[in-house]
Design a protein around this ligand. Structure first.
Ligand code: PHE
Length: 450
């Protein structure tokens, strides 16, 4: 059934900012900077850039073409392009991945609300790194506050999605994305000019071949996929709202540039600051929630920059979480004819409920382990190491071997002002031969350290 009344993005800028908003998130803010640090500085950046251009951009374009061509949610899109086949279950993998990711993403995002609150109160003033570390340990393992913030964050996400594609997602992205860039540039300028920051900049950009390994390669590729929100139906779902007259190649290139630039600015904002105050770069949540508050409370004007940093964190997470929720909502609305409001409430409730277990797994449920992992770690592993690579692999194989070259060519040429034959040939080559091999390597590396 064609959905005549289907809502779409109002402008190309709106679509671009929504896509960039999905891409820019927690992955750029705390994961990218330290992956760079841990994997040989500029060597990691170099491979990251090569993968973004050679593999991720073609995969993103196939998702955009797939979504815009069908104008459906991810499940419906497979049903339309390959009726009565099992391919539609690839859509189910994406929807489950979206659900699993959001359940733990919203827990970490919720923590930022506590940190905004504490920064505004100037609660970290005069505290040592140990004390701040203790605060983080106590807070994340407590029962009620993290749950409260997690639920508030999910409610914020739901409120935006509830308003729909144009009035909710597009409007919010147009408002928040420029603000986000402005804030991260302000922060980067402040921290990169701290005395002692030069060492951190060197650490970031000096190639260190001794740290190079196959992990650098799979790490860079996995991070590029995650950062560009690929393999989860997000890009396809957003593209299904892009009007036919808009050029997809331009949108894909610009949003990839925005995402990569943001990751680099975030690295410049964060790593030198950590160095300037003689702290060690540690990976994971500890970086954002322990090292940075320590840095901020030692630097002049730190309170305001701490608030700015956690607001950046929150906004980046929010513009990503709405895209993840939309994948699920679009599915229920279109496949089961549930109203948007009901679909949003239901998916939010179920995701938030699973998130409760993720949150509690830092505290009361920390001893409850499946396969040696806490519930949070299990969800993270399931999504990042299993569902995303498997979903992406099947997706690129579908586009490479089942979608017609004519469809790809037509979609890419629309609104572009010229024929895109060469681009579509390159995409076919990548999604047929290069991307599947690369994704299998990432998949294997998640199970056996390659
Ligand atoms: N790209 C987001 C980030 O960097 C995360 C994300 C992954 C969002 C997959 C949507 C889909 O944090």
């Amino acid at each position: 059934m064609q959905h005549k009344s289907r809502e779409g993005f109002n402008s190309r800028l709106g679509a671009l900012l929504a896509i960039a908003g999905s891409a820019i998130g927690l992955g750029n803010l705390w994961k990218f900077p330290y992956m760079v640090g841990d994997n040989g500085g500029s060597i990691f950046i170099l491979f990251y850039l090569i993968f973004v251009v050679l593999i991720c951009l073609p995969v993103m374009l196939s998702e955009l073409v797939f979504g815009r061509n069908t104008q459906r949610n991810i499940f419906g899109a497979f049903r339309k392009l390959a009726p009565n086949t099992s391919w539609r279950f690839v859509g189910v993998i994406s929807i489950v991945a979206a659900f699993v990711i959001l359940s733990f993403y919203s827990v970490v995002a919720g923590w930022t609300l506590e940190y905004i609150f504490q920064s505004v109160r100037n609660a970290f003033a005069g505290q040592t790194a140990e004390q701040i570390g203790q605060f983080f340990a106590d807070f994340s393992s407590s029962t009620f506050r993290p749950l409260l913030w997690h639920i508030i964050f999910m409610a914020l996400t739901a409120c935006i999605v509830l308003f729909g594609v144009r009035r909710g997602i597009e409007r919010c992205s147009k408002l928040l994305m420029p603000l986000l860039f402005l804030l991260i540039v302000m922060l980067a300028v402040r921290t990169a000019t701290l005395p002692g920051a030069a060492e951190g900049i060197q650490f970031l950009f000096r190639p260190d071949w001794s740290k190079f390994s196959t992990q650098t390669l799979v790490g860079a590729l996995g991070q590029a996929f995650f950062s560009l929100s690929l393999g989860m139906g997000v890009m396809a779902t957003y593209a299904s709202y892009i009007p036919k007259k808009e050029p997809l190649v331009k949108t894909a290139v610009q949003s990839s540039i925005a995402d990569t630039t943001f990751a680099l600015i975030a690295a410049v904002a964060i790593v030198p600051a950590v160095f300037a105050f003689g702290l060690a770069p540690t990976q994971g949540p500890g970086l954002a929630f322990v090292a940075l508050p320590t840095v901020f409370q030692q630097m002049p004007g730190g309170t305001i920059f701490a608030v700015i940093f956690f607001v950046i964190f929150l906004l980046a997470a929010l513009t990503s979480s709405i895209s993840i929720l939309e994948v699920q909502v679009a599915y229920w609305v279109e496949e089961f004819h549930v109203g948007r409001r009901k679909a949003t409430l239901l998916t939010t409730l179920v995701t938030a409920a699973v998130g409760v277990f993720c949150s509690l797994s830092f505290g009361v449920l920390s001893d409850f382990k499946i396969l040696g992992k806490t519930f949070f770690e299990l969800m993270d592993f399931l999504a990042t190491n299993v569902l995303l690579p498997v979903g992406s692999l099947l997706f690129v194989m579908f586009v490479g071997w089942r979608m017609s070259k004519a469809t790809m060519h037509r979609e890419l040429s629309m609104g572009a002002g010229r024929k895109m034959r060469a681009v579509s040939l390159v995409i076919f080559f990548v999604v047929r031969y290069v991307a599947p091999i690369a994704i299998v390597l990432v998949l294997l590396s998640g199970f056996f350290k390659l």
